[in-house]
Ligand binder design. Sequence first.
Ligand code: ZN
Length: 415
Amino acid sequence: MALDPKRTVAELKELRALTGDANGAQRVAWTDTWLKAREWFAAKVRTLPVEHHYDSAGNNWVTLKGASEKSLLIGGHLDSVPNGGWLDGSLNVLAGLEILRRIAAQYDGKPPVTVKLVDWADEEGARFGRSLLGSSAFAGTASVTADRVRTDRDGVRMEDALRRCGVEMDRFGEATEGHKNASAYIELHIEQGPVLERMNIPLATVLGTKGVERHAITFHGQEAHSGSTPMNARHDALAAAAKLALEIRTIAGKHSDSVCTMGSVKTFPGIVTAVVGRCETALDQRDLDPVVLAQMYREAREASERFAAEEKCTVEWSRIWSIEPIAFHPRLLELCDSAICEVTGASKAHRMPSGPLHDAAEVSRAGIPTVMMFVQSLGGISHNKVEDTKEAHLELCVSAFDRLASKAMNFVAQG
Ligand SMILES: [Zn+2]
């Protein structure tokens, strides 16, 4: 059976019809719709000469045993955000399924190395606010004690929701058993941004996932009457915050792939008749280079202190969350480049970092050689029902990813 990328597109549409509605995909992890998607997937898998099991964190594994136990892992996630897109995560899983069919047929059910397709549990963290749950359990980085008491909008505890789906959080640690013989990991994903469409190229090699510095920043000034306080006598916390909001463009602009976002601002007392006495903001900074990330953090901090002083205010920082940049494996980057070049006819593959985090980051943290491939997104829009990619590009990415799988199998065999 030859690779049939058109079948992947047809199956994506089938899944969309089964688990979506007029508002988009509804495969939120640990819900009935998500379980329905997994059942549908299990029925597809049943026709293949594979083993199928769920690990202790709810990750969904399909194993095609090879002559060697050394394994190539191919990953994705069937879960979506509420009102999500039809491609985010499920493209990776269904492309992986098609590739598994091709490999099983080509080697008569016994390839030279073992190939495992994994559908990670709860990549999105949409219900409990904890992204990359299954893959971080696999990596051994899950903070279960902190996570188990999380609740959803309706007050349902995470621990109880998972138990309903057959997952005991006490046993999360056992998911690291999946590392055994794992020699490489590859993941296909839609870009979820506008870069490839602007460059008019369909595919790219992903260098790694950017590190994130996320901080709460509060400016303290002095509440005062809007009518009676002269402009030069004010301690305006919003003015200081606003200067920083503009300055981060300059800070990020010194580096080609850096991004800085001040995505929230709250003012107190928050009325038009008072100068802002306190302004609470948050800053998210991302880059693939840890040195650049540290420099941007330092510069933003210094700038905030300068602007606070200019506005006769003070400023206070506290870290919300951070993660280090994850660089993918150099040899696998080369293999991904050549897979793209072979399929597109380009002489050189485009390489770019990923701003969003992906399960691949957790797998790479576990020490398994990892790479990702991106396919162009239309309008750069994702986590939305309008998320889309040209069908020709979907077919192209399945072919290119299949080439990458073959090359990665050789990498596993030789390594
Ligand atoms: Zn995704």
